[in-house]
Design a protein around this ligand. Structure first.
Ligand code: PAF
Length: 280
């Protein structure tokens, strides 16, 4: 496995593969790799001849009060896992290589970011879209693989490649879960054992909402009530940031939840913010 920190060196390698006629799949990550990333890399390996995993905790997608500093970082373990999972190259640039001091160009998606996480994380999707386009320009992948847990992120990236004519196919991989249903996330490592015990209530609540809507369409309010009740029953540890029912294509809120509606939520458990979603 090759390791690159330098942008020109990564670009040379990518161009060399392309010249040989080989295809490249990129798995963009912020490190702290887990089984969810393993699934992305497995998919990437099926999609292309060469797999590049980028590891970069992107400062511009975190708000001033968010967990950029506390975000888990363990480059040694991450490289070890990438090797074991069959990654061909790790691209792990320093922040100063990615962003000049006077960096002043950003990519902004202006519609999909208005709902869900975009409401409480202003600037987040601008940071994501900017770094993703930069990574695409450096690695020149044919395909890029993202996790469906970040449903809105996938939607924003799909819109980015469509609207800016970026020749990269976006592949979304279903959320990988622990045995008790908790969506696997790097942030789970920051849960205390008590918080970890209650965290599966997010998935349990989403499933209860799905069961509710299977028999007949329900109002968004009824779905929200069902989910809140299940989460609140877990006690004072958790605070619901949002529960939204939206069209999965436009992310516009819908009043009636039926087959095909996306139910997405963000819940703060202690000081750890968790998100999850499902399509009914
Ligand atoms: O999902 C993530 O880990 C990040 O948002 C991404 C796509 C790597 C961009 O920094």
């Amino acid at each position: 496995m090759r390791n690159f920190a330098s942008i020109p060196a990564m670009r040379r390698q990518a161009q060399a593969w392309r010249t040989e006629g080989l295809t490249i799949a990129l798995v963009p990550t912020m490190g702290a790799l887990h089984e969810g990333h393993a699934a992305l890399i497995r998919t990437a390996r099926r999609q292309a001849d060469k797999v590049v995993a980028s590891i970069f905790v992107n400062p511009i997608q975190f708000g001033p009060d968010e967990d950029f500093v506390r975000y888990p970082r363990d480059m040694k373990t991450d490289r070890h896992l990438c090797r074991a999972w069959g990654v061909d190259a790790v691209f792990a640039p320093a922040a100063r290589a990615m962003y000049a001091n006077d960096h002043s160009v950003f990519v902004e998606e202006t519609a999909l970011r208005r709902t869900l996480c975009g409401r409480t994380r202003p600037g987040h999707f601008r940071g994501v879209a900017t770094v993703v386009l930069k990574l695409f320009n450096i690695v020149a992948p044919h395909t890029a693989v993202f996790g469906q847990k970040d449903f809105q992120q996938v939607a924003v990236v799909q819109r980015l490649v469509r609207d800016l004519n970026v020749p990269v196919a976006i592949v979304a991989v279903p959320t990988v879960r622990e045995k008790d249903g908790l969506a696997i996330s790097s942030r789970n490592a920051r849960l205390t054992s008590e918080q970890r015990r209650i965290a599966p209530c997010l998935w349990a609540a989403l499933q209860a909402a799905r069961r509710l809507c299977r028999a007949k369409p329900r109002s968004s309010a009824a779905v929200g009530k069902t989910i809140r009740k299940i989460i609140r029953a877990q006690g004072a540890y958790s605070a619901v940031e949002y529960i939204e029912t939206v069209c999965p294509r436009t992310l516009h809120p819908v009043q009636t939840v039926k087959q095909g509606t996306l139910i997405a939520l963000a819940v703060q458990i202690g000081d750890v913010r968790l998100i999850d979603n499902l399509v009914v």
